[in-house]
Design a protein around this ligand. Sequence first.
Ligand SMILES: *Cc1c(COP(=O)(O)O)cnc(C)c1O
Length: 385
Amino acid sequence: MLPFIRSDLAQLNAYKPHPGSDTTAAVPTQLDRLDTNESPYDLPSELKQKLAWTYQEVIETNRYPDGGHEALKNAIAQYVNESAGLSTSLCTADNISVGNGSDELIRSLLIATCLQGEGSILVANPTFSMYGILAKTLGIPVVTVSRNPSNFEIDLNAAQSAIENTQHPPIRVVFVVHPNSPTANPLTSSELAWIKSLSEQVLVVIDEAYFEFSQTTLVNELAQRPNWIILRTFSKAFRLAAMRVGYCIAHPEAIAILEKVRLPYNLPSFSIAAALIALQNRQILLDSIPQTLNERTKLIAALSQQPALQVIDSAANFIFVRLKPEIADSQNISLKHLHQHLKNQGTLIREISGGLRITIGTPEENLRTLNRIQAYLVNSHTNSL
Ligand SMILES: *Cc1c(COP(=O)(O)O)cnc(C)c1O
């Protein structure tokens, strides 16, 4: 350990970036990348051409980007109003802050609330790992509670007791994902009632990364909830994972704090232009959502036919699958082998939290996934020995 580095960082592992840093020579070159919940579709070429034109004719690479993000914040506010059925004036640019991916916003939120020993965070596992990882890099304590193993509802008794009993420092931020990753379930009415019951001393971050797939949002609540912040991203339904653009929606006072904390030129001009083009052409991009939802229904139905699998209902563009232990054990089926089998065949999925998380891809990809899983299960008693 380098002697000038904070001692608590020695125990931390770096987040393993996707894709591909762990792909081995044995893996086919044609990969179905169903491990990071991106859209299977690139930006359509007509939109790429618009972006290329903007790059050619408008962006001056010698100039700093627009550090105030005014145009982008206005366009986002309009989209938020439209998508939540709000009257146009409710959400404005003053309710929006933009980040280099939602990851940056998560870090800014942590800096603004918990640093200097002032706060801990609460997460319910399994959930998106970045909250805990980013908190730890900042020396912020992470309090974890579990979820009901059958419906993945947060253990609300444990969560409430953690809020009441955590001291030095107290819990300042609760992170929830709506719908959750990797388990794909939206917030239940009990979870919603619980986050509503929290004191205004506690910031509630509701991560709606999968909003376009779930079509459920808590944006309508924000006017009455100064201690809530909603996170969204362009990395999933808007097909811009490569561009790193996320945003949050909140009370103007909370936004003003985030604007203080962020780096002045956090978004490259090219990313700002891409997000604007995606929003201006959102109808084209969001037109693929019904197909994804339909593919999800088909994949869930087909995998549910397998006696060894338990498929969880999903409100997102991915599904979570577990093994039924008695059947799996008797047939020598394991998550690890199934995951490896798929990888050998060129299908990348995520083995996580005692299950498999599979992104819904193109119809062709989903069919290959299904066939490969079925082939593994049929042959499992022979091929795993
Ligand atoms: C994918 C995802 C994000 C997106 O993160 P970016 O940094 O915007 O790419 C945020 N939250 C959750 C829960 C996600 O699954």
